[in-house]
Design a protein around this ligand. Structure first.
Ligand SMILES: Cc1ncc(COP(=O)(O)O)c(C=O)c1O
Length: 370
């Protein structure tokens, strides 16, 4: 059996008639930027998340930058975040002019450890950016409490958690302002780049709208240096179709995760731990073993594609050498980065493929024993 880590073929085959109709509609209209498709999708997405405002932009990275710029967070300010994430999300903090301050992860959830946040707060700290990694909502109760005590903003990075819930509430609706990515592999993915800012604040929404469109409120009047970061009409129309499938797709992801949990029990890897007050959406199914590289090679030999999210924590990337954080600075994130492995998980993955993958993981115990 050959099981790709990810594939769009099956998804496109499933959705093609609806997607073709959406694309056809946009082409016929001949309106490609800031038009009715984006307005419609923004309204649908805001309603889905449970907030009054959603503003589309070019990527998750831009969405995060727009969040900080709209809050007035920039040069001289510090933002506390997780080192175990897509580096792009951290680059957005830097792009806004602020400085990322890394706090280690909780090794059970791989999310920002709230118990370590207070020690990282300085007079320059303005915000905390939890990342709902792998689709599991971060410990928002504890994070919001700290933020309130120290008068900090909270910006959720929801790039991996469309539809996830914390204590019954959708991620993105829990903080001052939140960012989503529609990168193609995400739970809600475009067929290109895309992102969204969501908020309950009309002032923040208004500022993001201005900033994403070259700092203009009206045409050719640039009141500040903005971004060129709009979610185009084709992507908005495609995303609108796909939003209609998100809940069933997430339910299937949870079903696959439950199958993996059951099939991998007693095997040579640690399976994901889920906090009691969250409903995860399994953007990724991440197992853990000190023999990660050997397991990855073994699975490749069995036709199973895997990836590591992420092999190098962001504080150890060359891009952040200037922060002066060497190996050992954030031990939990560094240990996780050496031991984690993402197994295939997408709604179209079949039960047979899940069983094959789980069996291949079990065989690895035999390989280790040899
Ligand atoms: C956690 C996280 N944050 C931010 C991003 C950046 O999103 P994008 O690729 O849409 O710019 C991604 C995805 O790559 C991500 O997974």
């Amino acid at each position: 059996m050959k099981i790709p880590f990810n594939t769009f073929e099956r998804q496109v085959a499933r959705l093609q008639p609806e997607i073709d109709a959406a694309i056809g509609r946009v082409l016929q209209r001949g309106w490609f930027i800031l038009g009715p498709e984006l307005e419609k999708f923004e309204a649908e997405f805001a309603a889905y998340i449970g907030v009054p405002y959603a503003v589309g932009c070019n990527s998750g990275t831009d969405a995060i930058e727009l969040c900080f710029r709209a809050l007035g967070i920039g040069p001289g300010d510090e933002v506390i975040t997780s080192p175990l994430t897509a580096a792009f999300g951290v680059f957005a903090i830097t792009a806004a002019g602020a400085t990322p301050v890394f706090v280690d992860i909780d090794p059970l959830t791989y999310n920002l450890d709230p118990n370590q946040i207070e020690a990282a707060i300085t007079s320059r700290t303005r915000a905390i950016m939890p990342v709902h990694l792998y689709g599991q909502p971060a410990d928002m109760g504890a994070i919001l409490e700290i933020a309130e005590q120290y008068e900090l903003f909270v910006v959720e990075d929801c790039a991996q958690a469309h539809g996830g819930r914390y204590r019954g509430q959708r991620v993105g609706s829990l903080s001052d302002v939140a960012a989503f990515s529609f990168y193609p592999t995400k739970n809600l993915g475009a067929y290109g780049d895309g992102g969204m800012v969501v908020t309950s604040s009309p002032a923040v929404a208004e500022r993001v709208r201005m900033l994403r469109n070259g700092g203009q409120r009206s045409r050719y009047v640039h009141e500040t240096v903005g971004l060129n970061s709009r979610l185009d009409e084709l992507q908005a129309a495609i995303l609108s179709v796909k939003l209609g499938h998100l809940d069933t797709d997430n339910a299937r992801r949870r079903e696959i995760a439950a199958r993996y949990d059951a099939l991998l029990a007693g095997g040579p890897v640690e399976t994901p731990w889920v906090a009691p007050d969250v409903e995860p959406v399994y953007h990724l199914y991440v197992v853990r073993t000190p023999e990660r590289d050997a397991l990855m090679a073994h699975l490749a030999g069995q036709g199973v594609g895997t990836l590591v999210h992420y092999p190098t924590p962001t504080h150890l990337q060359g891009a952040y050498q200037s922060l002066g954080l060497g190996p050992g600075a954030l031990p939990q994130a560094e240990a996780a980065a050496r031991e984690i492995l993402s197994l295939p998980l997408y709604p179209e993955l079949t039960d047979d493929e899940v069983a094959w993958t789980a069996q291949a993981v079990h065989q690895f115990a035999g390989v280790l024993a040899r």
